[in-house]
Design a protein around this ligand. Structure first.
Ligand SMILES: CC(C)(COP(=O)(O)OP(=O)(O)OC[C@H]1O[C@@H](n2cnc3c(N)ncnc32)[C@H](O)[C@@H]1OP(=O)(O)O)[C@@H](O)C(=O)NCCC(=O)NCCS
Length: 183
């Protein structure tokens, strides 16, 4: 594999439409995207603006995936990572998460943490988070609707800049419920 990451340009709109509409995305809230929606999003700056950047993941000449970074003007960006179905399960997701995390922390000084949320049953994404230094920070019950009508839990992960720099994982303090005694 010769993975590379290249910023999406407006001239590639048709390629983006093809990539996003030619397959379904079963773990996303909308499991299929229409050409109309993608073109509307393009026109509205969803894939490129002051606060958003989009990158192709390429393997040689082939576009194998897409990374969309958002909330770049604040301290905590989020992202969407999608691989074409035929390229899932090859370790590309992990390498791409590592790349985007490094990109965000090195490109933007003010970013102190990166967040990502996924559906509870998205085992591949959850394992990818865990193996790349992200810590589970939230478990939102019944927070992830799906196109089938089923509602799933949503799981939030995050990585701190200082943990990324040191290679450590600051644990979440789950036992911090206030008691009458410490009021
Ligand atoms: C989620 C995604 C980015 C993961 O990337 P990937 O390259 O397919 O994942 P990897 O091959 O690196 O596998 C990551 C881990 O998940 C496991 N895994 C992969 N596919 C799996 C599956 N279908 N079921 C269970 N485990 C799976 C791997 O064994 C690996 O485990 P390990 O860390 O213990 O070795 C990719 O599958 C994808 O783009 N899926 C479709 C879009 C999507 O769901 N995006 C995330 C939305 S929040």
């Amino acid at each position: 594999m010769a993975l590379a990451y290249r910023q999406f340009g407006e001239a590639e709109a048709d390629l983006l439409v093809d990539f996003l509409t030619r397959q379904s995305w079963p773990y996303h809230v909308f499991d299929s995207l229409s050409e109309e929606l993608v073109r509307t999003n393009l026109a509205e700056g969803y894939y490129g603006s002051e606060s958003t950047r989009t990158f192709w993941i390429t393997d040689g000449k082939e576009r194998v995936g897409l990374i969309r970074l958002e909330d770049l003007e604040g301290s905590t960006p989020m992202f969407d990572l999608r691989l074409a179905a035929e390229h899932c399960g090859r370790g590309i997701g992990g390498q791409s998460l590592g790349w985007l995390t490094r990109y965000l922390f090195t490109e933007f000084d003010e970013i102190s943490r990166v967040e990502g949320t996924t559906r509870q049953d998205n085992t591949a994404m959850r394992r990818t988070f865990r193996s790349h230094g992200y810590v589970k920070e939230a478990h939102y019950r019944n927070a992830w609707p799906s196109s089938t009508g089923a509602v799933y839990d949503a799981i939030g992960y995050g990585i701190l800049r200082r943990d990324w720099l040191s290679g450590s994982r600051t644990p979440v303090r789950w036992d911090d419920e206030p008691t009458v005694e410490n009021c």
